[in-house]
Design a protein around this ligand. Sequence first.
Ligand code: UDP
Length: 238
Amino acid sequence: GQSSKKYKRVMLKISGEALMGDQGFGLHPPTVERIAREVKTVHDMGVEICMVIGGGNIFRGLQGSAQGMERTTADYMGMLATVMNALGMQAAMEDLGIHTRVISAITMNEVAEPYIRRRAVRHLEKGRVCIFAAGTGNPYFTTDTAATLRANEMACEAIFKGTKVDGVYDKDPAKHDDAKRYDKVTYDEVLAQHLNVMDASAIALARDNDLPIIVFSLDEPGGFKGILAGEGTYTIVN
Ligand code: UDP
């Protein structure tokens, strides 16, 4: 293990694509349930958990606008996609007996709470997992930026970015045998070398607020819990 730091409150960011399994689109319930179980093991350690889930398995604003759709409308559609993912994750976690709240940056009181910072903090203190949906509520942003923003607001000690690989590489390890994994990398190196961690606005927001980003594999069973227990392989950006 690289660290024995004890985390009290963390942000878990996963992409929408993490929920789709091998389907290529949408939500794959057994995959959502598998991730919910991973989160439960960390919740069982007494760690307070915030989550942000992307929407790329359903709709991406940039893709829509590349095909001729007006950009802000496409982005709102992307934000709504994240709400669907959040509801799917909420249902899977509640099935496991974890209390959760979906908190949406776009008000839709019938399906999610509005975002009120103090109220969200209170949920965390009571052991409820807060799933922040609808991104930042603004077009031209991403859920990586939303995760960084909420992590700062909620005073999380780190963002855990769950991916398909066990950290940050200098090139895509799925395509290059000689790809090199970093144990540690700085925010500025990520930005200068265009390393694939999160988009530049999210990296800058994390850097300016000294929020570490831990990139790890969500495909590794027990991986999330392992890192919180000071084990496993990951890259820390700080
Ligand atoms: N989005 C947005 N503002 C935000 C967050 C998300 O407009 O604050 C839109 C944007 O169109 C984006 C889509 O929602 O493409 C889905 O989010 P993202 O691409 O971050 O999902 P991921 O790639 O993590 O699945």
